[in-house]
Structures are given as C-alpha cells and as structure tokens.
Write a protein that binds this ligand. Structure first.
Ligand SMILES: Nc1ncnc2c1ncn2[C@@H]1O[C@H](COP(=O)(O)OP(=O)(O)O)[C@@H](O)[C@H]1O
Ligand SMILES: [Mg+2]
Length: 208
C-alpha cells in the first residue's frame, strides 16, 4: 500500500504521522519512507534513528517535485509499503505525492484556521482524483484538545465537505514532540500510554 500524508498547511502533524506510520509498518513489512518536503524533517528523524541504532527502521529517501511520482513508483515497487511525507505547500511535489498514493491521510487541526486552509487542499485533492480516481482520502483530526468544542465544529465542517474522517484521533501531547525528536515513536519511548493507544488505533484503521 502506498500512503501519502498531506496537507497544504504546515505544523498540522504530517511528519509526526508519517514517521509513526512508517515505523509501525516496518515492524512487520519492508517499508519505504519518502521525504517529499524540502525541509526534510522525516529524513532528520530517520538520521537520528540510525544514530541511536533503533530498529526496525524504514528505508528512507528524499525526493522532490515530480520525481516523487516517477522515482517513487519505481522505488515503491521494491517494498511492501511506502509512506510519503508530502511537502506543506501546493507544490509539484504535493501533487505528485497524491498521484502516487493509494491512500491519502490528511492531518488537520480543529480550528477555524485549519478549516479556512482546507479550501486549496480540497482543490488539489480534486485535481489528483481526476488522474488517480481510486485515491482513498481520509482526514485525521490531529493535535486536538478534546476538552474544547472545536473538534465537534470541525467534524461538522468536514462532513459538510463530504470528507471521510478517521475515527482515530491524535491529541496534542508532549510525547509526540519528545519521541520524534529522538528518532523514535511514542510506543518506543513508552512514556505516554494515551499517545501510544492513539497511534496504534490510527495504524489499525488505516491499514485495514
Ligand atoms: N500530536 C501532537 N502533540 C504535540 N505536538 C505535536 C503533535 N504532532 C506534532 N507535534 C509537533 O508540532 C510540530 C509540527 O509537527 P509536524 O509533524 O512537523 O507537522 P508538519 O509536518 O505538518 O509541519 C512539531 O514540533 C511536532 O513535534
Ligand atoms: Mg513536516
């Protein structure tokens, strides 16, 4: 399966989701992690992971622009699973990532800014679907604070857009920042059971 983690907005948790998904897939299958963001955060995570010798590691590579589709297709053929961490703008790389993918996971926060920023993302997704009609798009509510009513409002907005929203949610938790900063996952750090449960639920739902 080829997954792309995408949003035109930055800071929504794309890289955090991508590295967790890739590391979880790598527990049982050969997995390729394509860093499609010129800021190369996923590649940094992979380098820190190698430094401390944490295993298993997804095979990681950086690709930019159209190469994500052309090179990505060839490379992905050699792996059971591929995860693309797409760049955070409406770039050639983002469009290529959505053409390569079978399943797109769109992390979004629960704020009016996130809703407003979705307009251009939805246009990019619509365009991708013209060439990639079987693209399965799932929205992930990420970095949310379940004590507020924002999540409910965001769900109403997403339903209005006809978007498929994952039941799994990821809350704002320090453990995500700490673990990825060490080239690890929240499971591997083992300090926050809630964070671990959220990531495992996400994994189960998107790999079904
Ligand atoms: N669920 C979360 N809880 C707390 N911090 C998070 C969470 N997800 C991401 N972050 C932090 O927020 C920042 C942006 O996350 P990142 O995954 O890099 O987003 P993106 O790739 O969309 O820009 C990073 O510092 C990251 O550690
Ligand atoms: Mg990122």
């Amino acid at each position: 399966m080829i997954f792309t983690i995408a949003n035109t907005k930055g800071g929504v948790g794309k890289t955090t989701t991508a590295v967790h998904l890739a590391a979880m897939l790598a527990r049982t299958s050969t997995t390729l992690l394509i860093d499609g963001d010129p800021q190369a955060s996923a590649a940094s995570w992979a380098a820190w992971r190698r430094d401390v010798g944490r295993l298993p590691s997804p095979t990681t590579t950086c690709l930019i622009g159209k190469a994500i589709l052309a090179e990505g297709k060839d490379l992905a053929a050699g792996f059971a699973h591929t995860v693309v961490d797409a760049g955070g703008r409406d770039s050639a790389g983002l469009r290529a990532s959505l053409l390569l993918a079978q399943r797109a996971i769109i992390p979004v926060g629960a704020s009016n800014f996130d809703a407003a920023a979705m307009t251009d993302l939805l246009e990019v997704v619509e365009l991708a679907r013209e060439y990639n009609p079987f693209l399965d798009v799932r929205v992930l509510l990420a970095r949310i604070d379940p004590r507020t009513k924002d999540t409910g409002e965001m769900l109403t907005y997403l339903a209005g857009q006809g978007l498929n929203v994952l039941s799994a949610r990821v809350c704002e938790r320090v453990a995500f920042r700490r673990s990825t900063g060490e080239g690890a996952t929240v499971q591997e750090l083992g300090k926050d059971n809630h964070a671990t449960a959220e990531m495992e639920a996400l994994f189960d739902e998107v790999t079904k």
